[in-house]
Write a protein that binds this ligand. Sequence first.
Ligand code: G4P
Length: 525
Amino acid sequence: MSSEVSKQAAARRTFAIISHPDAGKTTLTEKLLLLGGAIRMAGQVKAKGDNRRAHSDWMKIEQARGISVTTSVMTFEYEGATFNLLDTPGHEDFSEDTYRTLTAVDSAIMVIDAAKGIEAQTRKLFEVCRLRDIPIITFVNKMDREGRDVFEILDEVAEALALDTVPMVWPVGGGGTFKGCYDLVKEEMIPFSGEDDYGTPISAPLLGDELPDLIPEDQYETLLEEADLAMDACPKFDLESYREGHLTPVYFGSALKSFGVKQLLDAVLEFAPAPKIQPANPREVKPDDAKVTGFVFKVQANMDPKHRDRIAFMRICSGKFTRGMKLHQIGTGKSMSVHNPIMFFAQNRELAQEAWPGDIIGIPNHGTLRVGDSMTEGEDIRFSGIPSFAPEILQRVRLDDPLKAKHLSKALESLAEEGVTQVFRPVIGAMYIVGVVGQLQLEVLLARIEQEYGINVGFEPAPFVTARWVTSDDEAAMKHFLDRNKGSLADDRDGCPVYMARNHWDMGRIQEDNPKLNFTATRER
Ligand code: G4P
């Protein structure tokens, strides 16, 4: 049994694509799915998005803004392996959701626009990958357009992200003169035809006779020079170093033309780790442990607002899951038989008869399951490392109809469960405070409270600019602090104390004055 679990786990690659909006994540996703045979025609990822939007009112915002804020999971097969691709929302306001999704992957592809290099969003996301030692493969996209100097891009990744960069292929030209990529490891030329195709590699040693026949002479000279320089300046690819998150292999291509996409997916298959050992308390969890364990990293409201049920996305960490299995929700004493687990494919959802480590199943429920929940067959195991982030915008919620106070509390709580917002209940005062990472999140929140719960609310600025979770090993110091700062304290939805600062100076002062307390910008459940 355990050996079957090991075998299945070893054949799984669970990964996400991180990028700045517009770098080409959607296009790349589509091309990966095409390669994996999960879709047949380009244009379906977006079509599916539009279709999905039609079912959900609150996603009108998404439509109006032309951005994608939902996370989905797509499973496909390629070369005998199962790939679980977790899509992350690209808009920076939804970074918290994205961060949580990253807790459920074993590796990531970082897409960079060749003309833009590292952008703000990529940098933030990377920090989370770093925090969790998620190995990254870099894809420099849009090589068919004029881009920046290749060495400059490699340097920027290396410097901005403190990562060794190892080019695995080297681009020949760029923009109008892009002739394809030279595979530095296999010594093959992959010509770019300009048409939409994955490119067929031709064996051609760098110093052999074939290569000069495949590309123009001046570009051959440049390739020789640059490849020489690159091999000198960059370290050699080292699998361990990549898997530990210190080194990123770099590929170049054009997602729009499918070019370079096959090399990229081959790299995920060959180098990216299969499901890893997961940190948990009181013991870590190995994928081939016989019993099923997993954790919920995302909860999404059903697309049909008339039905309040939710889908919890659970990553399986160990064991063989079978449909109907009884799982315990650790910490609550509740258990549930999972009769309708859902697997997500590009075009449809199917009931999962079985699932293995690395797989993501959707569990329909009525609000019982929450982000961060650990699920097991009975053993008390809690997965660590699913973060909540300090909100950057704090607003008071003004209720127009005071009779709806109870409804509002319920609405806020369930939206907080989904991770749409964070909710704080001030120790003094009755108005809830919601915390979000970006303005757009507030709009989504407002629309959903109105449309799904029929409550009219408004937001008004709270006199706070930031919030920090407060913890301490020193009980007396903690009690003293909590007693003396009631006006600036609130409880988060788990009842954990949060200090809300009026300005950044205040935050600094409070930290200095209370050396025995920890003030943290993230909280792990
Ligand atoms: P995102 O999900 O990261 O936000 O990016 P997306 O794939 O939607 O791509 C953003 C834009 O960049 C799209 O153009 C897309 O066609 C283009 N693009 C993606 N990959 C490449 C590439 O390799 N080469 C070139 N030249 N363009 C690329 P758009 O005009 O904004 O959208 P659309 O209307 O064409 O879909």
